[in-house]
Design a protein around this ligand. Structure first.
Ligand SMILES: Cc1cc2nc3c(=O)[nH]c(=O)nc-3n(C[C@H](O)[C@H](O)[C@H](O)COP(=O)(O)OP(=O)(O)OC[C@H]3O[C@@H](n4cnc5c(N)ncnc54)[C@H](O)[C@@H]3O)c2cc1C
Length: 377
């Protein structure tokens, strides 16, 4: 017998990574009563728990992905400073070119940089005990999060239950959420399940996983800033430096998290900083999820089976009206920047759910539908 939670909660959020915790928090801030569920008993058991959780701007030749990323970055660093200051380490991030070709591109990138930055040469880096002949861009507002602690902080005061959701169906005017050991009914649902997306037909979003690992090393090094090259190396905090990257194309998370993939990353980090006294303390592994076009996916979910049945000509290029599943929303596709995107994307989605405000087109899932139907021709 399902338990109808609509009397007690306005919204049910499935998934308690940084996406789920951020939308739960944003909805609570707007007076909504939220129930957060996850198959794990604690937040941040998925990709979010593995993340180095660096919060830095995007560099590149401009364009709307860079614009939205840097707007999200400005929002995120201020958000963490205000709402989770004890779990956000400021101090800045240096972006170092990956190669001499990349160094040439940095010259083209500079006019499009997030406005608060400095150009550091090899002497500036050496003064911080970082070895690189090419120098890079230093972004002083950037930093990194203690990922699980940030998720826990955002989820504080929000009701949380462990539920492995197996099936989601819409019956009458409610969603039926069938879990391993109980079934709930809720009026509104947000899906924040990371790379796993089998609860509704969301083929058109093309969300897929990329596997990565991180090692936390004990060291006496006092690295004052974080670095990004092909991998990320954090500043040192309480005698710990984090080294990590999402670097393995793999559709399934069941890879052995034994530190082996870290060996290559550690070797690369050793070219940048003195790692001679680094001792591996702990290894983390996880999947991050990326959409077809690398933008986040934030908003209503299209009723794909209904559209294909009612308007089969859509697969032959016809323009048809879109129909969304009632009160079903998604916050996903945050890529390698979950901790950058989540606070602003969550606010946009909460504004949509609570006040009906439009979500910017470039992150709304609808944009992916038209690209996907073209592939069916
Ligand atoms: C090694 C590594 C390093 C990274 N470094 C950075 C970085 O430096 N900066 C940055 O911003 N990002 C980084 N990322 C990316 C970042 O981790 C992701 O973008 C972010 O974690 C995505 O969050 P999420 O909430 O969407 O997904 P997840 O954290 O994976 O959360 C999804 C949650 O949904 C739950 N769930 C799934 N299906 C169900 C179900 N059916 N029923 C119940 N619960 C379910 C899972 O248990 C999980 O807790 C990194 C990722 C990795 C792996």
């Amino acid at each position: 017998m399902p338990t109808n939670i609509s009397e007690a909660y306005d919204v049910l959020v499935i998934g308690a990574g940084i996406a789920g915790c951020s939308i739960a928090y944003a909805l609570k801030e707007q007076g909504q009563r939220v129930l957060l569920v996850d198959r794990s008993s604690v937040p941040a058991s998925g990709g979010s728990g593995a993340a180095g959780a660096f919060v830095s701007p995007r560099i590149g030749k401009g364009g709307s992905l860079q614009t939205v990323t840097n707007e999200a970055f400005a929002y995120a660093q201020a958000f963490y400073r205000e709402h989770a200051p004890e779990h956000f380490t400021p101090g800045g991030v240096v972006r170092i070119p990956k190669s001499s070709d990349d160094a040439e591109r940095f010259v083209l990138y500079e006019p499009h940089n997030y406005p608060v930055y400095e150009r550091w040469n090899s002497e500036d880096l050496a003064a911080r005990e970082i070895v690189d002949i090419r120098g890079g861009f230093y972004f002083p507002e950037a930093g990194d999060c203690d990922a699980p602690a940030v998720c826990r902080t955002l989820a504080e005061g929000i009701d949380f239950i462990q539920l492995d959701v197996r099936k989601l169906t819409h019956t009458g005017d409610a969603w039926r959420i069938e879990g391993a050991d109980r079934t709930l009914e809720a009026a509104r649902v947000v899906l924040a399940t990371g790379y796993q997306n089998d609860l509704a037909d969301m083929r058109y979003m093309g969300i897929r996983g990329l596997w990565g690992s991180r090692g936390d090393y004990r060291t006496s090094t006092t690295l004052p800033v974080s670095l990004h090259k092909r991998l990320s190396v954090s500043s040192s905090r309480n005698g710990i430096v984090k080294i990590g990257a999402t670097h393995v194309k793999h559709s399934h998370p069941c890879m052995v998290c034994d530190g082996q993939p870290l060996a290559g990353l550690f070797a690369e980090a050793s070219d940048l900083v003195d790692t001679s006294d680094f001792v591996l303390k702990e290894t983390f592994c996880g999947m991050r999820s990326t959409s077809r076009d690398h933008f986040p996916v934030v908003g209503e979910v299209i009723d794909v089976p209904w559209i294909l049945q009612e308007y089969p000509a859509v697969t032959r290029g016809a323009t048809v009206p879109l129909r969304h599943l009632p009160s079903l929303y998604i916050l996903n596709g945050l890529g390698g920047r979950g901790f950058v995107f989540a606070p602003l994307m969550a606010r946009w989605l909460a504004d949509r759910i609570v006040s009906g405000r439009e979500i910017p087109r470039q992150v709304h899932p609808d944009r992916l539908f038209w690209k996907w139907v073209r592939t069916l021709r």
